[in-house]
Design a protein around this ligand. Structure first.
Ligand code: FAD
Ligand code: NAG
Ligand code: NAG
Ligand code: NAG
Ligand code: NAG
Ligand code: NAG
Length: 501
């Protein structure tokens, strides 16, 4: 047993001093003291590392907690992230004002030149062209901030690395199994109900509280025997970094709902945007493999062409270059523009796509049947996975982290065991309903828009059109939910009209 370790770290909370003495007296036989943690976080994605960072910087948790963060991948490339000017990772997120506020301690380490706040948004329907614009001239405070996931993770790690003393960051380390170590049963200090995390390097860590921040396939969730409920959309999201017309002001987020799924273009910088294009798996495979030139043209078509024209474009994909999509696009556009409303704005023209930036993700909806069990708690995608059409997945995960931190702080202040399921229940009762509502709303939006069935098109058109004409309704509702991008967005407004009222 390491004496140095004992002086460096206070393992247990103050209230448990007596327990602590008893424990120290008997610890020798089974668990090594340095392998016993107050909190073990499995998963160093954004949710897991944000939690670690919040615990390490909180005045209440930082002095009394021993924390481990375990991540299977090698994070040194994120630590050393040094991006080239004019190149952007294809994984970007939109963070709501609330998430940005939560990150205030981390923000000083963020690469400011690579964040794009936006205050304008345009959402429209592919079939009817009904459109919602959100552009408040007198209030230009951002609706959301677009930034690369690496930028966030790099800033979190930089903040964490300053506070190494109470946290062990174990990367390149996979959690292989989680068990209950029955050996310690019957000893004076009984750790048999503490989860024991077995790592790929052979170590075993005991956790007073085990946090599953380990993503969609969460091993912690499986260990806890918590079912994950939901379904797979027959849909893939293709992401890419685009080169767009640098002469157009790049301050708007655009989203068009096509029958195959929504396509969204988010501003990154002058001349650069990111897309998330949800479509059928078959089309996703094709658009990932066509030439850069055809891809750029197809994205332009997806934002600007009528759905029937777009379907013709799809049918030409993979016909080995015999069709010139670009000239076809220009021709169709010239015909179309004679009949269309000149006020209908489109996103900046796509000129090209960054090399190797195209990637696809299957889209799914899941919610764990519970977020907690004795000594176990789930956060982020381990707890819930959502369609990206409203850009809410990570924001929900960060709200989880924020609430979990509060509950852990409250537990410590009240002298409770932070692994106690009664304490953790405060977290789950706060987060479960709120996540479920968001999952339901986004799922309904997906179903409502991804169809060309006439009555639905009619209803959604009425919803969009009425809303854009009824200024007072929009104004009040958009202002009321100022702090929450989603609730603040036209998407919410559309949904409210169609489902609530
Ligand atoms: C195309 C697309 C666009 C999106 N856009 C947005 C957006 O604009 N805004 C937004 O809020 N959200 C967005 N999301 C959702 C967002 O990306 C996710 O919700 C978020 O990244 C989940 O973070 P997480 O930390 O919970 O999980 P993950 O990022 O999945 O992290 C889990 C971590 O656990 C580790 N791990 C897993 N198993 C083990 C193990 N056995 N041992 C050790 N480590 C393990 C993994 O290596 C991983 O690093 C988008 C998603 C997609 C697919
Ligand atoms: C992790 O990645 C870094 C840089 O890419 C590399 O130098 C290092 O050897 C890797 N570590 C392991 C254990 O693979
Ligand atoms: C625009 O912002 C101002 C200031 O916040 C607010 O008073 C007004 O209601 C907003 N209007 C719209 C269009 O949301
Ligand atoms: C694009 O955005 C950048 C950063 O916000 C801004 O400085 C620039 O002026 C914008 N470009 C144009 C053409 O307006
Ligand atoms: C190219 O396309 C034409 C017509 O679609 C087809 O007849 C021909 O076999 C294709 N060639 C290759 C090499 O795939
Ligand atoms: C905002 O939307 C809600 C839900 O549709 C509606 O009941 C309410 O009347 C709207 N707000 C105002 C003040 O118009």
């Amino acid at each position: 047993m390491s004496v140095k370790f004992l002086t460096n770290r206070t393992l247990f909370q103050k209230f448990s001093t007596n327990l602590n003495k008893r424990f120290l007296a008997t610890v020798s036989t089974t668990s090594k003291l340095e392998d016993i943690y107050d909190i073990v976080i499995v998963g160093g994605g954004i949710a897991g590392s944000a939690l670690a960072c919040a615990l390490v910087t909180s005045n209440i948790t930082k002095l009394q907690k021993r924390i481990a963060l375990i991540e299977s991948s090698n994070i040194s490339n994120i630590r050393e992230w040094n991006p080239l000017q004019g190149e952007f990772s294809n994984r970007v997120s939109s963070l709501t004002p609330r998430s940005v506020q939560f990150f205030k301690g981390v923000w000083q380490n963020i690469n400011e030149g690579r964040i794009k706040p936006f205050s304008d948004m345009q959402v429209w329907d592919g079939i009817s062209d009904a459109r919602i614009q959100y552009n408040n001239e007198s209030d230009k405070s951002p609706l959301a901030w677009i930034l690369e996931n690496y930028n966030i993770q790099h800033a979190i790690l930089k903040t964490l690395d300053k506070d190494k003393s109470i946290i062990d960051i174990l990367d390149n380390t996979k959690v292989q199994d989680i068990t209950f170590d029955k050996e310690s049963e019957g000893e004076q200090f009984d750790l048999s109900d503490w989860p024991c995390v077995e790592l790929s390097d052979g170590k075993k860590l005991k956790a007073r509280l085990l946090v599953g921040a380990d993503g969609f396939n969460s091993p912690v969730r499986s260990f806890a025997n918590i079912e994950s409920l939901g379904w797979d959309y027959n849909s893939h999201a293709v992401v890419a970094t685009l080169h767009v017309d640098p002469n157009i002001e790049n301050k708007t987020a655009w989203q068009r709902f096509l029958p195959t799924g929504p396509i969204a273009m988010l501003p990154l910088q002058n001349g650069y945007s990111s897309i998330v294009w949800s479509t059928t798996p078959n089309l996703a495979t094709k658009i990932k493999s066509i030439s850069s030139k055809d891809f750029a043209c197809l994205v332009n078509a997806a934002f600007q062409m009528r759905v029937a024209d777009l379907e013709y474009f799809y049918s030409q994909l993979g016909s080995n270059g015999s069709v010139d999509l670009q000239s076809d696009f220009e021709w169709r556009k010239s015909v179309q523009s004679k009949n269309s409303d000149p006020k209908e704005a489109f996103p900046p023209l796509v000129l090209g796509v960054q090399d190797k930036s195209r990637a696809g993700f299957p889209l799914r909806m899941r919610n764990a049947e519970s977020y907690i069990k004795e000594r176990i708690v789930l956060v982020g995608d381990a707890a819930h996975t959502i369609h990206p059409l409203a850009g809410q997945g990570l924001n929900q995960g960060l709200a989880d982290v924020q609430h979990l931190l509060k509950v852990i702080e409250r537990g410590i202040s009240n002298g409770q065991d932070i692994g106690d399921v009664n304490l953790l229940r405060e977290y789950s009762s706060e987060r479960y309903l709120s996540n479920l509502v968001m999952l339901g709303v986004v799922d309904k939006l997906h179903k409502l828009f991804c169809t060309d069935f006439t009555p639905t098109v009619l209803v959604r058109t009425l919803g969009l059109k009425t809303l854009n004409n009824l200024e007072p309704v929009k104004l009040v509702n958009l202002t009321r939910f100022r702090s929450e991008w989603f609730y603040n967005s036209p998407i919410y407004a559309i949904n409210t009209r169609l489902y609530v009222s």
